[in-house]
Design a protein around this ligand. Structure first.
Ligand code: SAM
Length: 648
């Protein structure tokens, strides 16, 4: 797994509007005409746009995003020539991304692409290691930016590439990138029949790609370059999997119809994600309204959960957070009534932990380290300790968000309320959902289980070790003084700015307690924690509260992905503890077209949109929106595999 590390932005030297890399002493695009060069080298030499004419999706990958010029040219051509409802996926890896400022400066050279560059600048991610997926032009274009070293980060990518733009500085000036290991990854990720094109004709590249399985052709280069290379992967031998038990299935659906079970955040986000891609979804909810259980709180905070080592959990939560806020911001542009408030969030921390997190060198757009004066200034009330401020973070109203999501796609989402799906059965290539009376509620080729704790029963899978954790929150009436609070504040509880006259504050964390009542002692405990932490805040006695049960997991990560075929796992992976090489094991098998999203704990607002995106991408054969080590970390079979690896 590539280790998380801070990303160093590109160090540029500008020759008027043309940037040059200080590190490599090489240019980003030809001085003889950058746009013409891209057309000649990358688009024409990959036979574009001819190859995407009959396709409903097409995937390009690039080494070296740089200024994004190749991206602009490809998108421009796609918008002019591809079918209206087809999607272009553009994946690009970049070790030293341009800062926002430099990107803007570079893109200003091409006013003809203004419509595209404005959107690109708008969605360009903060410079954080890992994978960032963005949608442009209402979903017609998906951009996946991978910030990190090409070979390292491509080894964690799950994608099927149709055409490669092999950019990156000249092999003589950047020999580290053009390696055998990179060529191997390129082959692994390319579909049979996929192609590449590159500006260079260097022997090391020609030989390397040939050895990796491509046919390679030398053709006339652009401008002063005599030659360049292009080629094709005509045959492909199956790649060895590093962890066959976590390999995602190749989904083959001819009809875009799905059942989603559960009308909370997990279910409504996945329904929305599928419906946006043209799927017809039937959403089944046992209550009379959406979001009546864990997603029913009046307001909830959206912030990342950083860890000092930024291992799997820290990286997952940061990626999910970045995805969610970006997604909500985009939705809010379409409808300003969306119940999402990008106020920033303050998290009070002690100095030791702040010092640990400071070592992550995250950009200021993600986190600011604050003293007491600054925490008070940002929150609008007197705060007596320092902490972290997450400027992109905020809060939302989960039930209203669930309703908004199903309403936004009402043509494609049919909600069936007040019906409990108790059993799923596969009959003639469809999943049938049965209700409490044993009658079929509905049927579809694909099913997604998103019903919290009950997912175990519905899937007949007790290996996920889901836990029900009781949580109580209190609602306190807002006063003129308390309404000064501008941002949520998190401590060992949390307090949210006034919404509809109430502050939401919480929460208790109670394992092995099934009580649904609102307990007086819990209310007292919540208010005491609030008053102890923020004595200057005008905390009124609660006027109400709410109790719900979060679904949590042993390792505090959600469960997202395809539902394993447990018999297959037991039969084929029972001796994992012997430590045989991974390639001796067969690739995992799953229950056909059955996916799960659950175990989101108290962080569903952060993690459900990412889960929805993973599942929808897998069902549509798209590049998956997380690197595989993080997908493995939330895989539905991970706990089972962990147990099988342990000596009996
Ligand atoms: N395609 C770009 C465009 O349209 O502006 C130009 C790319 S520029 C010639 C080369 C890019 O490759 C630089 O942005 C550089 O930082 C990136 N690069 C170089 N070595 C890399 C590596 N090992 N991994 C990822 N990116 C790398």
């Amino acid at each position: 797994m590539p280790r998380y590390h801070p990303i160093e932005p590109a160090q540029l030297e500008w020759d008027d509007t043309t940037p040059q890399s200080r590190e490599h002493g090489d240019i980003y695009f030809s001085r003889d005409g950058g746009v013409e060069e891209t057309h000649h080298v990358f688009l024409n030499s990959n036979d574009l746009p001819q190859r995407w004419q009959q396709r409903d999706s097409f995937t390009i990958a690039e080494t070296g995003f740089g200024t994004g010029l190749n991206f602009l040219c490809a998108v421009d051509l796609w918008l002019k020539t591809a079918p209206r409802d087809a999607r272009l996926h553009f994946v690009s890896v970049e070790k030293h991304p341009l800062t926002h400022h430099d990107l803007q400066r570079a893109l200003s050279s091409w006013p003809q692409f203004n419509a595209i560059s404005t959107q690109l600048i708008d969605v360009y991610p903060p410079l954080v290691f890992g994978l960032h997926r963005r949608e442009l032009f209402d979903g017609r274009i998906t951009l996946t930016l991978l910030f990190g070293d090409a070979t390292e980060i491509l080894s964690e990518l799950h994608a099927g590439i149709d055409a490669w733009f092999l950019d990156g500085f000249a092999p003589s000036k950047n020999p580290q990138m053009w390696s055998e290991a990179l060529f191997k990854q390129i082959t692994r990720l390319t579909k049979t029949g996929g192609t590449f094109a590159t500006f260079t004709a260097a022997g090391i590249v020609r030989r390397g790609l040939k050895e990796a399985g491509f046919t390679v052709e030398t053709v006339p280069g652009f401008g002063r370059k005599r030659d360049m290379l292009r080629g094709k992967l005509a045959h492909k031998s199956p790649a060895k999997s590093k962890q066959p038990w976590f390999e995602y299935p190749a989904v083959n659906v001819t009809e875009k119809r799905a059942i989603v079970i559960g009308g909370g955040l997990a279910g409504t986000t996945v329904s929305h994600s599928l419906a946006r891609r043209g799927w017809h979804v039937t959403l089944i909810e046992r209550h009379e309204e959406l979001a009546q259980e864990a997603s029913g709180n009046h307001s909830g905070v959206i912030l990342p959960r950083l860890t000092a080592d930024m291992g799997c959990d820290g990286q997952f939560y940061l990626s999910a957070f970045l995805h969610t806020v970006q997604w909500l911001n985009e939705l809010k542009k379409r409808d300003e009534t969306l119940p999402w408030f990008a106020s920033g969030v303050l998290q009070l921390e002690d100095e030791k932990r702040m010092a640990q997190l400071q070592r992550l060198s995250l950009p200021k757009e993600i986190v600011e380290f604050c003293d007491t004066a600054r925490t008070s200034e940002l929150s609008g009330i007197t705060v007596e300790s320092g902490g972290l401020f997450f400027p992109m973070a905020g809060w939302a109203e989960p039930p209203a968000l669930c309703r908004w999501l199903s309403g936004d796609q009402r043509n494609n989402i049919n909600t069936i309320m007040h019906q409990e799906a108790l059993r799923l059965e596969r009959v003639n290539g469809e999943w049938q959902a049965f209700n409490t009376e044993g009658n079929v509620i509905t049927a579809a080729p694909v099913a997604i289980v998103a019903n919290g704790y009950d997912a175990e029963r519905l899937l007949g899978n007790d290996t996920m070790t889901l836990q029900k954790v009781r949580g109580q929150i209190a609602y306190t009436p807002a006063t003129p003084q308390s309404s000064q609070l501008k941002t949520p504040i998190c401590y060992d509880g949390y307090l949210i700015p006034a919404h509809k006259g109430l502050h939401c504050t919480g929460a208790t964390y109670d394992v092995n307690n099934e009580s649904t009542e609102i307990k007086k002692e819990d209310q007292t405990q919540i208010i005491k924690a609030l008053r102890d932490t923020l004595p200057a805040f005008d905390a009124q006695s609660p006027s109400g509260g709410r109790t719900a049960f979060r679904t949590s997991t042993q390792d505090h990560l959600p469960i997202i992905g395809p539902a394993p075929d447990l018999d297959f796992y037991r039969e084929h992976y029972h001796d994992l503890h012997h430590g045989k090489p991974a390639h001796r094991y067969p690739v995992a098998q799953y229950q056909p077209n059955l996916f799960v999203t659950t175990g989101h704990g108290s962080r569903g607002l952060v993690t459900c949109p990412m889960a929805a995106n993973i599942i929808a991408a897998a069902l549509n054969g798209e590049t998956l929106p997380l690197p595989s080590d993080l997908l493995d970390g939330v895989h539905p079979a991970r706990l089972m595999v962990r147990n099988l690896k342990r000596k009996p």
